[in-house]
Structures are given as C-alpha cells and as structure tokens.
Design a protein. Structure first.
Length: 306
C-alpha cells in the first residue's frame, strides 16, 4: 500500500496550521490598523510573536544555537521576510481589501517554484504543475467573483504593494529552506521575529503614543495576532518547510486566500458569492492534486527502489 511518509504528513499539518491562521489574520489586522499605524502594529505583533516563540522553546527545549558564519545570512533572510515583507504587505492592506490581499499572495507558489528550481535545484513534477494550474484557475474565479471583467491589479495601489510582497515572501521561503537543514526552526523563526521587533520598536519609537487609542477589542486582537499568526504560525511554517520542498510548502498558500475571503466576509462584510464558493472548491482541488499525486509518486518510487 502506498502511504505518504510521516515527515510529509507532519509537514502538511504544520503548513496548514500556518496558512489558516494567516488567512484569518488579514481581516483582523485591518481592525487594528484602523486605529494605529503599521509600524506600531508591528511592534505589538512581532514583540508578542518573539515572546511566544521563546516561551515555546522553553517548553520544548530546542537548541537556539546558530553558527557565527551563518548569522549574516539568517539576518538577511529576516530582513527580507520580516521587515521588508511586513512593511510592504501592511501598507498594501491599508489600501485594498483583505480578500484581494489573500488572493494576490497566491502568486507566491509559482514564483517560489521558479526560485526553488533555480536556487535549490528542486524539481517541479508534472503533477505539481497540473495542480498549480487548477488552483490558479480557481483563484481567477475567486478574484473576479465569477466575472473575469473585474480583474484589475494595476488600478489599485494596495494591490500593487500586495503583489510586491509576493516577491519578498518567495525569496524568504527559499532562503529559509537552504538553512533549515542545519538549525531548529524555532531558532531561525525566533531570531527573525526578534529582529523585526527591535527594528520596528526603534523606527516607531516616537509613534508608540498611538497605543493609547487602542480599545480592549483592538488589544485582544493585536495580542492574539502576535501569538498565533505571528509566533506560532512562523514556527509552523518553518517546521513544515523543513519537511517539504519549497514549492510543496508554498502550494498551501492557496488555502490562505480562501480563509482570508471567508474571514473577510464574516468580520468585515466583504463580498463572498456562490461563484466564490465554486472557486474555493476548485482551489482546494488543485492543492489536493499537487500534494496527493506527488506523494503517491514518491511512494511508488520508493517501492521501485526497494
């Protein structure tokens, strides 16, 4: 019987946990961003996230050691994936919907696939390409809400910034993948989260007075965002990325778009039509094709080698 490897199953579960929380994050972040600037929001998010990661490490007792010769590389990856990515993405979120942000980020899988092929020499099988095409078609339906004449990225400044964040996250994923074989995901994710917190605390020091305008609801949302979509999700992403290829990991970001749309509908009243429900089914089907068929292929290959 062909069965997925345990590392693939656990990797899938880790990545799913990350992308579901990130999908719910966008609409909730807009609630807090209505009161404070992106910089002040990131001080809370990354500060709570870093604290969460180090508390998790105290519980798990993982090694936080990173060799001196790799620190420049690790810090560079954090600069791209935390500082640049968050600045670009949150400023884009101020000028576009949570739903639009979610679906634009689904361009990350093909970009990551190209970078993984070029940088890491990862192969992209036909099954993955088929699943990618199916999922991208579903995203097109989701974006247009069933009407393709709605498609227009260049008309919205926020959408263009979200598009730019596709590049930063794809580069970050590939850079992370090249070092996760050497170090514990908690060590890398914790270093990146702490780097982002220190940077934004310094840059936004004179804006921290905005914190007084946050009500109880905004504080609760901001702290929960710091714990789950920040600290825990970055750790889960790194754990999943260590077990899967860069393209396999990135494929699950299609699920993030679906969650973002659903949460945007529930929290912000953004549109979610029956056509978008059909698009959701197509997207999930595309991800299933890419993941299931590829795992089956790996299992067959293992049996043939045996």
């Amino acid at each position: 019987m062909n069965r997925p490897r345990p590392s693939s199953i656990s990797g899938t579960l880790f990545v799913l946990a990350a992308v579901v929380s990130w999908g719910a994050y966008f609409p909730l972040a807009k609630v807090v961003l209505a009161t404070v600037s992106p910089t002040v929001f990131l001080v809370i998010r990354l500060g709570v996230g870093a604290l969460t990661l180090y508390l998790v490490n105290l519980r798990l007792g993982k090694s936080l050691h990173i060799k001196r010769e790799d620190w420049v590389y690790v810090l560079l990856a954090g600069t791209v994936g935390i500082i640049l990515h968050q600045l670009i993405q949150l400023n884009g979120l101020l000028h576009t919907s949570a739903t639009n942000t979610g679906w634009i980020l689904t361009l990350i899988p093909p970009v990551t696939g190209v970078l993984g092929w070029f940088w890491l020499n990862e192969k992209v099988p036909l099954q993955t390409i088929i699943g990618l095409v199916v999922a991208m078609f579903g995203v097109t339906l989701l974006v247009s809400k069933g009407n393709l004449t709605r498609l227009s990225i260049s008309a919205n400044h926020g959408d263009l910034l979200a598009l730019a964040s596709v590049g930063t996250w794809s580069v970050y994923t590939v850079m992370m993948k090249s070092r996760l074989g050497r170090y514990e995901p908690l060590a890398v994710a914790g270093a990146h989260m702490l780097l982002g917190f220190v940077f934004f605390a310094v840059v936004g020091f004179f804006s921290l007075s905005q914190l007084q305008y946050l009500g109880a609801k905004e504080w609760i949302i901001a702290i929960l965002i710091g714990i789950v979509p920040s600290g825990l999700a970055y750790y889960c992403w790194a754990e999943g990325l260590r077990r899967l290829t860069a393209i396999d990991t990135a494929m699950f970001l299609f699920i993030e778009a679906v969650v973002a749309s659903l949460t945007g509908w529930i929290v912000l009243g953004e549109l979610f039509t029956p056509a978008m429900v059909i698009a959701t089914v197509v997207i999930v089907g595309g991800v299933w094709i890419a993941q299931h068929r590829r795992k089956a292929g790996r299992a067959r290959g293992t049996l043939e080698e045996a």
